[in-house]
Every structure is written in C-alpha cells, then in structure tokens.
Ligand binder design. Structure first.
Ligand SMILES: Nc1ncnc2c1ncn2[C@@H]1O[C@H](COP(=O)(O)OP(=O)(O)OP(=O)(O)O)[C@@H](O)[C@H]1O
Length: 568
C-alpha cells in the first residue's frame, strides 16, 4: 500500500524536492537573522558604517520571505497536483466499472472517495514526507552530537526511545484501522444524504424531513465517534512520545548523575547532553505526526484502491453505428443478479428477427427489463445463449455491441447541459441535418420552439425541467441518432396524455420500419401495433404471438390486456 501511495508522488518528486529545499533555505535565512542582527548592533557600538549590515539584514529578510513563500507555494502546488492525479485516475475507473459492481457501491460513498479520501493524500504526501525527512536529519544530527558527548548516556537514551518507539509502532496500525473506519463512516453519511436528496420530493411529500435529518444526523454522529477513536489513538501516540523523552531525561539524569559522582563524567557534559536530549523532542514529534499522517494516507489509499482494483470495461465511444437491422435471440438463458439472489431468468427462450416491432409484456417483476440489461451486457448471464445479429454477445467486442444498440431507459434521464448536448449524448458526430431529423421524427419540434433558446436551452438540473413524455422522446431521439441496429425501448409506465401517446406510437412505428425495435410495452397501443409479442412470466417465456392470436390463446395475456394495458 505504501508503494501505491508513493506512486502518486513519483510524477511530482522533482517539484517536491525543490519545494522542500526552498523551505529549508527559507528556514536557514531565518536562522541567520539573529546573527545578522548582532552585526547591526555591533555596528552601532563601533560607530562604523551601518549600510553594509543593514543591507545584509534587509536582503536576508527579503530573500528568506520570498524563498519561504516560493517553497510553500510549490508544496501546495504539488499537493494539488497529487490530488488532481488521484481524482482523475479514480473517476476514470469509476465510470468504466461494471454495472454489477456499481450496484453494490453507494453513490454517496463513491462521491466521498473522490472528494474526501483523495484530499487526505495531500497532507501525507507533501508536508508529511518533507517534514519526516528533515526531522530524520535533525534526529540523526542530535544523536551524533550526543554520541560525541557520552556513549553510555546515548545508549540509555536510545534504549528508552526504542522501547517507547516500539509502543508507538504498535499504535500506528490501530490509527490506520480507526481512520479507515472514520472514512467509511463519512462515506456512509454521504450515502444516506444522497439517498435523501435523490428522493427529495418524496421526503417532503411524506413529511419525512425530520426523520431523514435524524438519519443523516445519526450517520454524522457515527462519523464523529470514529473520528474520536482516531483522536484517541493519536493522543496516545503523542503521550507515548512525550513520555519517551521524560523517561529518557530521568534515566540520563540518574545514570549521568551517578557517573558524575563517580568522576567518570563532567557536569558540563551531562548538562550539554541533557540539552541535546531536548533537541530530540521536535523531530520525534514530527516523525510521530508524519507516522499518523501516513496512516491516514494509507487508509485513504485503501478506499481509493478498492475502486481502482475493480475490473474495468472497455469503453464504447459515443459514435453512431451504421448498418442493417439485427435480430436477437435468447436460448435457455438463466440469470440471477447475484449468487444469493433469486433466479430472474430460468430458461428464457425467444427469437426476434431483424426489423419490425416486438413487444415484451408480462407482470411486474417478470424480468423484462433484465432482458435489456443482458443484451446491453450490463450483466453477464450464467447459462444459455444470447445472440445479436446471429453472433453470441460474448463474442462481440463490447464497444461494438453497444454501438449497435439504442437504449431507452424507462425512467429516461436528462443529463445536465443543453437540449442539443442531451440529444447528441450518444452520437457526438451526428450532423445538424440528422439532429433536426431526429427532432422532427420524435415530434420534439414543438418543445424546441417553445424553449427560450431552442436547442441551446439548458435542460434538466439547473435548466428547464422536461415532462415525462418529453424526456422519453428526448431519450428516443438520442438513441435514434446512434443509428441503432436494434432499439431497446423500455416504455414509461406513467400515463401519457393522448397527444403524447399518439406521438410515441407514430415514432415507434416509423422506427420499426427501419430497424429492429424491442419494446417493453405498458400500453395497449404499442402491443396491438407489434409484429410479435413475447409474454414473460415467472422467469420464462409463456407465449409468443400477435395481439389477436394471444387474446384468443393465452389467458394471462388476455388478463394483462384487459387490465394493465388499458389502464397503464
Ligand atoms: N440491479 C438489480 N439487482 C438485483 N435485483 C434486481 C435488479 N434489477 C432487477 N432486479 C430483480 O429482478 C427481478 C426482475 O426485474 P425486472 O426489472 O427485470 O422486471 P420487469 O419485468 O421489468 O418489471 P417491471 O415491469 O415492474 O419493470 C425483480 O424481482 C427485481 O427485484
């Protein structure tokens, strides 16, 4: 883990060394100040020329200030660079993860890893390292000086320091563990808050503000408690260090006093030795502080690495596909979302030939949306065969497969940005003509005319909020611009008004004339128009046919048609 931590420093090591050196020079200039002041005072006394010493003093003050400032700026800059690098790497991985992995991780927690944990790296990797290095120098210097004074006393000192140092070393992993828990607690708080913000309207409508405030408050209290554990262990390490010096002082006094009494040591040497002993205090303190920071950095690194170690998917570029419509088949497909989850597909078999409109229907929870998730390879099925265009989906390069598909989620989200950016989201290279045609085909012209800045109007968050029907048509236009060979459309379950429903039906019929459309249908209009309907139930396919044939032959379908489609 230390290696990974240092790998973040490597690209910045030159700046870091330079920053550290400038800091040292700055401090040296500070140290020279009293000496220069002495010259100035001496010059007073001798009534000699003041110009030289004063100029020297001014120059030292200025140079010291500038060099120190440059040094600390470079350190901060390196810190920011390290945080930027860590964030980029983490976000890069986060957006390439498999859907199944993201399902397990909570968005608020992921967010806290990118914001909080990366920030923790800054202190340890800049000041932590530099101060520890300079503290080590000071420590070694003081020890050498002590060695020249008296070897026996040095041995006594080192013995005490080593024993207490061992104790501190035992405490360090505990600090790391406590810090990991503290970071987890902060992540958990982020997750809870995120959940409340996501369901903001429901929270308000349910009058659940106070309950949610309490839930997030509890998470914050847990984060505080974890933080206190870190504080506890850190103070213990601090006390141990303090004790080390005090005990060493007493031990040296005792042993040294005896030696002075026996005449083997001079009093002046004992005094000098004791003075040097106290010189050890700041560097030891800094080293312990550096150790604590290192534990914090390691804890953060652990959480960052957890994400970086997850497998990444190859990315599919947002470009339009080209090509003929493709069919899709499912043969005895078995799938569950996890080993401990119930089986969702238990031998699903159906066939969709290229072109035309196929509707998937079935009771809620029958596994219809899961069919789409498997075709998009958001998840991998456990058994059976799924083909797209006659080719096993596992043999398709992932990017190519997804480029061939258009995908419209049931809860079609609008992303931040303008309407144009939203439409071109899946096909950045579409021409203006293609864009306008997609707008016309999805009957979005009215919307574009109505919006104050037309296509350039910001929509979604911080922009104009679109209605459910508009969002769905934007999503369809977005999918169409990708020129899909197979369009997967999860119809919105919400009621659309008559005009919107008619528009949607027209759009689907037009698209189905050009490419393969597989739609999860919640509306009778979609189903009656379909070339074929696949009825799913209880993890399998129950019947396949047209509306007319199924009404005659399939009881469940008849029931669904009588209730669900007509009302939903
Ligand atoms: N990401 C997921 N992780 C775990 N289980 C899931 C996930 N998505 C769906 N499920 C489960 O799989 C089953 C089938 O869900 P699916 O969304 O495919 O049904 P559906 O037929 O589309 O239902 P609806 O018509 O209500 O949308 C459900 O029991 C659901 O709880």
């Amino acid at each position: 883990m230390v290696k990974e931590l240092l790998s973040h420093v490597r690209p910045h090591r030159k700046t870091l060394v330079l920053g550290g050196l400038l800091g040292l020079i700055g401090s040296a200039a500070g140290l020279a100040m009293p000496l220069l002041a002495k010259y100035v005072v001496d010059a007073f006394g001798k009534a000699g020329s003041m110009a030289g010493p004063l100029l020297g003093l001014t120059a030292a003050v200025l140079i010291g200030a500038v060099v120190s400032a440059a040094g600390s700026y470079l350190m901060e800059r390196t810190g920011e660079g390290i945080v930027l690098g860590a964030r980029r790497k983490l976000v890069d991985r986060m957006l390439r993860l498999k859907v199944a992995d993201v399902d397990r991780l909570k968005p608020g927690d992921l967010l806290s890893r990118v914001t909080g944990d990366t920030t923790l790296l800054r202190a340890v990797l800049t000041n932590g390292i530099v101060e520890s290095v300079s503290a080590t120098f000071m420590l070694v210097g003081a020890i050498i000086m002590m060695a020249t004074m008296d070897g026996v006393l040095l041995l006594v000192t080192l013995l005490v320091v080593v024993v207490i140092g061992g104790l501190v070393a035992l405490i360090m992993p505990r600090i790391q563990r406590a810090q990991t828990h503290a970071q987890e607690a902060v992540g958990e708080m982020g997750a809870v808050l995120d959940r409340a913000l996501q369901a903001y309207r429901t929270v308000k409508a349910s009058g659940a503000e106070e309950r949610e405030i309490a839930v997030v408050g509890d998470a914050a209290v847990r984060a505080r408690d974890r933080g206190l554990q870190v504080a506890g262990w850190t103070s213990l390490a601090g006390v141990a260090t303090w004790m080390a010096v005090q005990i060493a002082f007493l031990a040296v006094l005792a042993v040294g006093g005896a030696r002075v009494a026996s005449g083997t040591l001079e009093v002046s040497s004992l005094i000098a030795f004791l003075l040097y002993l106290f010189y050890l205090v700041p560097p030891i303190g800094q080293l312990v502080q550096g150790g604590v920071q290192l534990q914090q950095g390691l804890a953060a690194m652990k959480r960052i690495k957890e994400i970086e170690d997850l497998p990444a998917e190859p990315v599919s570029a947002a470009v339009a596909g080209t090509g003929e419509p493709v069919g899709v088949t499912f043969q005895d497909v078995v799938f569950k979302y996890g080993d401990d989850r119930p089986t969702v597909h238990d031998g699903v078999t159906f066939e969709v030939p290229p072109g035309g409109l196929t509707a998937l229907v079935g009771p809620s929870g029958a596994g219809k949306s899961t069919v789409f998730a498997l075709i998009e390879r958001f998840y991998d099925h456990q058994k059976g065969l799924i083909t797209v265009g006659g080719r096993d989906i596992r043999d398709w390069p992932l990017g190519e497969l997804r480029a061939a598909l258009g995908y419209v989620e049931q809860d079609a989200p609008v992303l931040a940005g303008t309407l144009r950016e939203n439409l071109l989201f899946a096909a950045r290279d579409a021409t203006e003509d293609e864009l306008l045609r997609a707008v016309a085909r999805t009957r979005l012209d009215d919307l574009v005319d109505r919006l104050p800045e037309g296509l350039e109007t910001p929509v979604g968050h911080r922009g104009v909020l679109l209605s459910g029907g508009e969002r769905q048509r934007v999503a369809i236009a977005r999918a169409l611009l990708r020129k899909p060979r197979l369009l997967l459309l999860d119809e919105a379950t919400s009621q659309l008004d008559a005009v919107n429903e008619l528009r949607l039906r027209e759009v689907i019929a037009e698209v189905a004339a050009e490419t393969t459309v597989l739609v999860i249908a919640h509306r009778l209009s979609t189903v009656t128009n379909a070339d074929r309907i696949v009825v799913m139930e209880g993890g399998g396919v129950r019947a396949v046919g047209t509306h007319e044939s199924l009404v005659g032959e399939d009881e469940l379908y008849r029931e669904l048609a009588a209730t669900q489609f007509l009302v939903g």
